[in-house]
Design a protein around this ligand. Structure first.
Ligand SMILES: [Zn+2]
Length: 114
């Protein structure tokens, strides 16, 4: 079994260990603008979620690849891969609850009238 998170500590092209997003993240952390667990990434998280809809579940496996940009050559590469179980917090809307698309005032595209 592989241990997670998997980390890559330097640029695969030039070997530089300085990374732009990490630097910006550290700066924000020092200013107290983000928490300790804040991770900046050049890419949005990758969802590997493929659930069997016939089986009830409270959590889903999630894999996130954190990418950063080399401060020397600008190459974007993966710095960390995180595997975790994410609790499913989505709310199931029952019929009759909430607003359905197209039923609001003015229909689905109120800004397109006239
Ligand atoms: Zn580089």
């Amino acid at each position: 079994m592989r241990e997670y998170p998997v980390k890559f500590d330097k640029c695969p092209l030039c070997g530089c260990k300085e990374r732009l997003l990490e630097e910006i993240g550290n700066e924000l952390r020092q200013k107290g603008k983000v928490g300790d667990r804040y991770l900046s990434s050049a890419d949005p998280p990758i969802s590997m979620l493929q659930l069997d809809p016939t089986k009830p579940t409270l959590s889903a496996p999630s894999v996130t690849a954190i990418t950063d940009i080399c401060a020397r050559c600008g190459f974007k590469y993966t710095t960390m891969v995180i595997k975790q179980d994410v609790p499913i917090t989505g709310k199931i809307i029952q019929p009759g609850q909430g607003k359905q698309p197209g039923q609001g005032p003015g229909g689905p595209f109120p800004f397109m009238r006239g």
